[in-house]
Design a protein around this ligand. Structure first.
Ligand SMILES: CC(C)(COP(=O)(O)OP(=O)(O)OC[C@H]1O[C@@H](n2cnc3c(N)ncnc32)[C@H](O)[C@@H]1OP(=O)(O)O)[C@@H](O)C(=O)NCCC(=O)NCCS
Length: 151
């Protein structure tokens, strides 16, 4: 089990740099509605894993985001642990369904119970979230792939 700590304001620059390398969305990371956790290497202090989610306004839906593992540590089960952690926290907070955007890692999400979903269904129930607002504004929503599962 890796040790995840809630991200603080002082972590944001490091998180942005880490997620940039993982090619994930940086929009709204520092917003209070985005729940974010990180793991740092004990010796170097460098971030090697992040996970998080943003809930819908009514709390019943959760957009999982920022699930990333440092490139050299992939394939060892950390990603699955991070995904489960975010889903557990979202469920603890009352979410009943998890959603996410992923163009490249669909098979990873399918292994943990996600099935393909309609991006417009996602955008409807999670309209208030930063990622949906950004993707709607930029037109990226049309190019995205959505995934969903019950919690
Ligand atoms: C996706 C990601 C988080 C997976 O992390 P990881 O630590 O390598 O994943 P795990 O080792 O827990 O993998 C769990 C299972 O999924 C499989 N898997 C992992 N990534 C996969 C991928 N991209 N495609 C297909 N299968 C994948 C693993 O082989 C493993 O299968 P197994 O249980 O049969 O051995 C990591 O590749 C990553 O950080 N990618 C960049 C960021 C990203 O795309 N995040 C997702 C969008 S939020």
């Amino acid at each position: 089990m890796i040790k995840l700590n809630r991200a603080a304001a002082a972590d944001m620059d490091d998180i942005s740099a880490f997620l940039h390398i993982a090619d994930l969305t940086l929009s709204g990371l520092d917003s209070p509605s985005v729940q974010l956790w990180i793991a740092r290497d004990k010796k170097s202090g460098e971030i090697f894993a992040t996970t998080g989610y943003e809930a819908s306004n009514n709390g019943t839906h959760a957009l999982i985001r920022s699930v990333a593992v440092g490139p050299s540590l992939r394939g060892a089960g950390i990603g699955q642990e991070l995904a489960q952690f975010a889903m557990d926290r979202a469920a603890d907070d009352g979410a009943e369904r998890a959603w996410l955007f992923s163009r490249r890692s669909g098979p990873f999400w399918q292994k943990i119970g996600f099935t393909a979903a309609d991006t417009h269904d996602l955008a409807l129930v999670l309209a208030s979230t930063h990622q949906v607002q950004l993707f709607s504004e930029t037109g990226q929503l049309r190019r995205e792939v959505a995934w969903s599962r019950r919690l």
